[in-house]
Design a protein around this ligand. Structure first.
Ligand SMILES: [Fe+2]
Ligand SMILES: [Fe+2]
Length: 357
């Protein structure tokens, strides 16, 4: 018999297969793009670098990395209650995000095959990596007697259409922020092994190198298309994507601070570190980055996050129109703070050239 106090109930599609988490503005997104426009892209100005990256992908450094070892062969019932719920949620969100990368890269590999073979092979090899990552996370879910039906997810999720240049901004940032997230958890647990509650975190060191290489690939593609980096629109879009990625992570993680606490991490400090590092990394390719050292930056992020936390508590039992009315002031406040963050004076990366970044 399942002790519901110890083991949280998860809704299942069929026994052992979890109902995917509800899609919201803060859940991992699935993307699609204009494949023809991508296939027509001229990458010749940076083709040497892209070929070098392709060679790295072919080398497949992590070919033997994602193998479950003896440490997984034990019961995980001691992870119970809220910790178990948060942990399963972490695995599901990570698996969904990795799988969404797999789907997009796989489709790009397929559609670009004839017209742009170098890019096509890069995408195909990145989809190989993301499939491994998603598969490893889904296998981890099975340690908690659950799994995700990935083909169901493929069919049931809605897809966001982005033009190629927006795909590059968004995927570049999600790969680089993924790198910093994984490596920061890995390094923290290396110095605090008593908090390593599950063996998957041991795999993060090599794993994050995959994400770093994927990020470098998008960096090289953007350098091959200077027009998407060097005008006033690029500056506005860079700010938009940096802020969206940072704010989404910040709001999500503060909402799940219990998960980070179970690893001995303070969610807010963890996020500040990851945001600063990702922002700094993005400065190598984006024309502007955000001024995250400005005292207003995290003050406004905190305000957004407080409003976001309050929102989830408001009107849960009210009819929809009342709920919306009650939530409106908080939503407007969040919108105002996000606009303020967006309009904060950014840092021009050209002026940083020559300084150590
Ligand atoms: Fe990945
Ligand atoms: Fe990746």
């Amino acid at each position: 018999m399942v002790d519901s106090l110890k083991k949280p109930d998860f809704q299942e599609i069929r026994p052992g297969v979890k109902v995917p988490a509800k899609e919201t503005i803060l859940t991992p997104r699935f993307y699609t793009t204009d494949f023809d426009e991508m296939a027509e892209m001229d990458i010749s100005v940076n083709e040497d670098e892209l070929r070098a990256i392709l060679e790295e992908f072919r080398t497949d450094y992590n070919r033997h990395h994602f193998v479950r070892d003896a440490e997984f062969e034990q019961g995980w019932d001691h992870l119970d209650g809220e910790t178990r719920r948060l942990f399963v949620e972490f695995l599901e969100r990570s698996c969904t995000a990795e799988f969404s990368g797999f789907l997009l890269y796989k489709e790009l590999g397929r559609r670009l095959k004839d017209k742009s073979p170098v890019l096509a092979e890069c995408f195909l090899l990145m989809s190989r990596d993301e499939a491994r990552h998603a598969g490893f996370l889904n296998k981890a879910l099975s340690d908690f007697n659950l799994s995700l039906d990935l083909s169901f997810l493929t069919k049931s999720r809605s897809y966001t259409f982005f033009k190629p240049k927006f795909i590059f901004y968004a995927t570049y940032l999600s790969e680089k922020i993924g790198y910093w997230r994984y490596i920061t958890i890995y390094r923290h647990l290396q110095s605090h092994p008593e908090n390593r509650i599950y063996p998957i975190f041991r795999f993060f060191e090599n794993w994050c190198q995959d994400e770093n290489r994927h990020g470098d690939f998008f960096d090289a593609i953007m350098q091959a298309q200077p027009s998407i980096l060097n005008d006033w629109k690029a500056r506005l879009w860079s700010r938009f994507f940096l802020l969206s990625v940072f704010a989404t992570m910040f709001l999500n993680d503060i909402q799940r601070s219990g998960f980070y606490a179970s690893l001995g991490l303070d969610a807010r400090e963890y996020d500040i570190h990851v945001i600063k590092k990702t922002n700094e990394t993005a400065g190598r390719v984006f024309p502007v980055i955000l001024n995250v050292e400005h005292p207003d930056f995290f003050r406004l992020m905190d305000q957004c996050s407080d409003n976001n936390l309050k929102l989830s508590e408001i009107g849960a039992n009210d009819p929809k129109p009342i709920k919306i009315l009650k939530r409106l002031p908080r939503m407007l406040a969040m919108g105002r703070d996000l606009l303020r963050l967006y309009f904060m004076k950014p840092i021009d990366t050209a002026k940083l050239a020559g300084t150590v970044r």
